[in-house]
Design a binder for this molecule. Sequence first.
Ligand SMILES: NC(=O)c1ccc[n+]([C@@H]2O[C@H](COP(=O)([O-])OP(=O)(O)OC[C@H]3O[C@@H](n4cnc5c(N)ncnc54)[C@H](OP(=O)(O)O)[C@@H]3O)[C@@H](O)[C@H]2O)c1
Length: 280
Amino acid sequence: MNKSLQSTTTLHNGVKMPWMGIGVFKVEEGPELVKTLKYAIKHGYRSIDTAAIYGNEASVGQAIQEGVKEAGISREELFITSKVWNSDLGYESTIAAYETSLNKLGLDYLDLYLIHWPVENKYKEAWRALESLYKEGKIKAIGVSNFQVHHLEELMKDAKVKPMVNQVEYHPRLTQKEVHTFCKNNGIQLEAWSPLMQGQLLNQSILIEMAKKHNKTVPQIILRWDLQNGVITIPKSTKEHRIMENSSVFDFNLSEADMERINSLNQNHRVGPDPDNFDF
Ligand SMILES: NC(=O)c1ccc[n+]([C@@H]2O[C@H](COP(=O)([O-])OP(=O)(O)OC[C@H]3O[C@@H](n4cnc5c(N)ncnc54)[C@H](OP(=O)(O)O)[C@@H]3O)[C@@H](O)[C@H]2O)c1
């Protein structure tokens, strides 16, 4: 299954999504981002994760347009994700936000569109909008982000289409057992954001020891652990050597004992906001 950067998992509606992509959170609009993404596409990345709130969809779009030409591939070979921001949650406003994202990206469809955060009393209306767009064929797959089990349960009470993906903070310090089990049982694919804990795990001794054993780096050990746990991963880097490094995780295997040791690093520790207690 996880053989190369182009290997995909099949979402519950049959759409294929790459196991690995590149994230662009906190990367400003501009030539550096365009260059970064073109490099990634040329070197085999097929999935890009952005969001309206990142304010960089125009550069992502430019990189897609130029990147596919330079790599000699078609747009259909890419998998593009964006997310509707909290202030746009609502039926009409979410549809309008989707159109705005598409225009900025210069695309005529998205592969995946997510509700970025589960804002109480708002996400269900937004979900109806995503369902409409999906049914009209304007998006290949729809999903959520930062949803806890109770948010998913609430959403699914009225949903006509079950989310295909839940993108959550996920790394060795936050293994999200409950959410992961619920998602598995419901055919919802889990996707990891901040898989590298924003660079904060590089000095962790167990991970360093494991990296030495496998002749790999700590980020590669973590990303491999994601894949073997059946979790899609989207590490962010703007450095070419790291973009390559992060993608070189398809040529080794962690043993069950290795996997358990990494699992045991969990402290339910977040680097990002808590989906049950955020005020934006
Ligand atoms: N849905 C959500 O609410 C949400 C929230 C946060 C993030 N996300 C998505 O998830 C993506 C990834 O998360 P993230 O950007 O927060 O954090 P991350 O991928 O865990 O870590 C990125 C940080 O690690 C560094 N890094 C990357 N590869 C490295 C390597 N091989 N060795 C050493 N350092 C390395 C990067 O620096 P350099 O760039 O300098 O290499 C950057 O500072 C985001 O870009 C975004 O697309 C979604």
